[in-house]
Write a protein that binds this ligand. Structure first.
Ligand code: PXP
Length: 251
């Protein structure tokens, strides 16, 4: 079964728009996380950025205490944030780029160029009992590099697919790239997640990509929740994910 991790960062974005610097405020990302889990989400994802532009440290602690399903903490490879992860103990950490020089041309982590620091971070986190995922473009060189780091997962960056979704030819190309990347990752012993830019319109097309375990989706769900509420928005996304069989569907 394809699992849904709901990224609740943008609930915190809305709170910070009014209550930045205060220790309270609405909407509360922890309450949102609870609601997503009640609606059937398999996991909760949050990104503790170095600039704390949405999720802040107290959210991460409160989320860990409140979330009984899989808690995925996204972060850059910054020693201070890795230390926080080792204290808070999310189930999994997804390492993402935050600085321009850490990014591949396609937006994922440039693993090939940062092999040593990534390896060290993966090792520290694994030794702390935390699984690791690397957010990478569907680029075969990045997948190969990922397999040298000791990471358990890669999360395939679906942003290019999402951007090209309305152009049939480019969409097919991006789906092929995601498929090839998923196949290679699998053959190298990596588990495969996906995320970024997925929404109610493009989700079904992604069923063609094999070996996906979990999708991390935030913006589209939180946006829809403004009109429909979180419960309905999560359930509608889960319905679109139903029927995924992990193998390519006929084109
Ligand atoms: N996965 C990762 C690694 C991300 O950085 C993000 C964006 O924060 C997402 C998934 C979710 O992307 P979106 O908000 O576009 O659904």
């Amino acid at each position: 079964m394809l699992k849904l991790g709901v990224n609740i960062d943008h609930v915190a974005t809305l709170r910070e728009a009014r209550y930045r610097g205060l220790k309270r405020g609405e909407p509360d990302p922890v309450a949102a996380a609870r609601m997503c889990v009640q609606a059937g989400a398999h996991g909760i994802t949050a990104h503790l950025r170095e600039d704390r532009r949405h999720i802040v440290d107290r959210d991460v602690v409160a989320l860990r205490a409140a979330v009984e399903v899989r808690f995925n903490l996204e972060m850059a490879i910054v020693p201070e944030i890795v230390d926080i992860a080792l204290l808070v103990k999310p189930d999994v950490v997804c390492l993402v780029p935050e600085r321009r020089q850490e990014v591949t041309t396609e937006g994922g982590l440039d693993v090939a160029a940062h092999l040593d620091p990534i390896r060290r971070a993966v090792d520290r986190l694994n030794r702390g009992g935390i699984e690791v995922s690397l957010f990478v473009a569907p680029d075969l060189a990045q997948i190969e590099a990922s397999s040298l780091t000791g990471t358990q997962f890669v999360e395939l960056h679906a942003g290019a697919f999402a951007e090209e979704f309305h152009d049939a030819k480019n969409r097919e190309r991006e789906l092929d790239r995601l498929t090839d990347a998923a196949r290679l990752a699998r053959s190298l012993g990596l588990r495969v997640n996906g995320g970024h830019g997925l929404n109610y319109e493009n989700l079904r097309a992604l069923h063609r990509v094999p070996f996906l375990e979990e999708l991390n989706i935030g913006h589209s769900i939180v946006s829809r929740a403004v009109f429909d509420g979180l419960d309905r928005s999560v359930k509608e996304m889960l319905a679109l994910m139903e029927g995924y069989d992990g193998e390519p569907l006929p084109k």
